[in-house]
Design a protein around this ligand. Structure first.
Ligand SMILES: Cc1ncc(COP(=O)(O)O)c(C=O)c1O
Length: 378
């Protein structure tokens, strides 16, 4: 596909042309923070790096207004690893999942395949919608009642946002995948027991670690399952080991120190800018520009039909068949405006634009001007 003829005038370009849904844009100050003396290339068991981890844990407690008995726990491997951690360390016998896209499905697949668990209950909605668990899942079958309920707060593959609320009775845990929306939307984390995410989305850092905000009930479950004899629990998947290490501002094994430094810098920035309400407002303003543009357009529509489910941080826009969105994204990429391709598995004639808190509205306005310039030239 030749994109040669389409050179977008320079004055239309965004100042920062990174619109990816993760890894996402990193603010220049975060990169500068990496050059602080005696930090990169030093031991993660010594004070300078442990101070960074401490800052992260304290900062997240403040950002999410965590009650004192909650824990900010972290480990290596990203949210994908946390799914395995949750499977071994938070699900006692059976879990019910809501899935409405690729990532909810992936967690459900992990627990479905765990030989020590009863068959998981999976409630699905098609991509583009959301579905909520009721807490009654499994009531009419032979299996145990679920002791954990799991759903994504935000499905990055589609840009659908779910309400966050506690599911099930007092002995069940609510596990919420907030990988790509934590830090970009208001939330009452006390409606959950594990609210987990990765740093390469709203926090504009690099990947490789998972962070979980854990209620006392989740901590207690992890401590109890530590001694379980019905399952093999490698140390890296043992949440009680991660809890112990996090209390010492460490991780079980060597972390990517750059990820930690850039994460700490972003949390400081978020708090200085006004915390979660300010971040949610930034993302909502930036995403609304795209939704409003698509509503006005004669050839584009927001993929998420219902406004209440529309993500403030990942905007998906469908194009009419006469617009080749793959070519549109390729032309933008050839002009240095990157990562607006749709989620690969969704296979839609679509663009996906991330509006995480680090994204200025002026960059989104410029992106839309570039798209408007390219459309008649496709
Ligand atoms: C909603 C959601 N959950 C989980 C993951 C996996 O995160 P990681 O790549 O950090 O393992 C992603 C990654 O994009 C995601 O968007």
């Amino acid at each position: 596909m030749s994109t040669d003829a389409c050179v977008i005038p320079a004055h239309l370009h965004p100042a920062d042309a990174r619109f990816g849904s993760g890894p996402s844009r990193i603010r220049p100050d975060q990169i500068t923070a990496l050059s602080a003396p005696l930090l990169m290339g030093t031991s993660h068991r010594q004070a300078p790096v442990r101070t960074i981890v401490h800052r992260i844990r304290e900062g997240l407690s403040e950002l999410f207004s965590l009650p004192p008995e909650w824990s900010v726990t972290l480990g290596n491997g990203g949210s994908t690893t946390f799914w395995a951690v949750a499977t071994t360390s938070l699900v006692r016998r059976r879990v019910a999942h809501a899935e409405f896209g690729e990532f909810g499905h992936k967690f459900a697949e992990e627990t479905r395949r765990a030989p020590f668990l009863e068959p998981s209950i999976i409630v699905s909605a098609p991509p583009g919608e959301t579905i909520e668990l009721t807490g009654d899942e499994g009531a009419s079958d032979e299996g145990s009642a679920p002791d954990a309920f799991a759903y994504p707060h935000h499905e990055t593959s589609t840009g659908a946002l779910s309400p966050v609320r506690r599911i099930g009775g007092s002995s069940a845990l609510t596990l919420v995948d907030a990988t790509s929306v934590a830090g970009g939307v208001l939330v009452d984390v006390t409606q959950t027991d594990a609210y987990y995410f990765s740093p390469q989305k709203c926090f504009g850092s690099d990947g490789g670690i998972w962070i979980a905000l854990l209620s006392p009930a989740a901590q207690e479950r992890a401590r109890k399952l530590h001694g379980a004899t019905d399952r093999w629990m490698p140390q890296i998947l043992d949440l009680s080991v991660a809890l112990d290490n996090s209390e010492k501002d460490q991780t079980l094994n060597t972390p990517a120190i750059a990820t930690l430094i850039m994460l700490a810098d972003q949390i400081d920035w978020m708090l200085a800018e006004g915390g979660l309400p300010a971040m949610a407002a930034r993302s909502r303003a930036a995403s609304n520009l795209v939704y409003d543009w698509a509503e006005r357009s004669s050839c584009a529509t927001p993929f998420i039909a219902s406004p209440q489910w529309r993500s403030p941080v990942v905007v998906t826009v469908d194009f009419a068949p006469e617009v080749d969105a793959t070519r549109l994204a390729a032309i933008l990429r050839a002009n240095g405006i990157v990562d607006v391709e749709p989620y690969r598995g969704l296979k839609r004639n679509q663009l996906r634009v991330a509006t995480f808190p680090s994204t200025d509205t002026s960059d989104v306005e410029a992106l839309l001007s570039c798209i408007d310039w390219v459309l008649p030239r496709l």
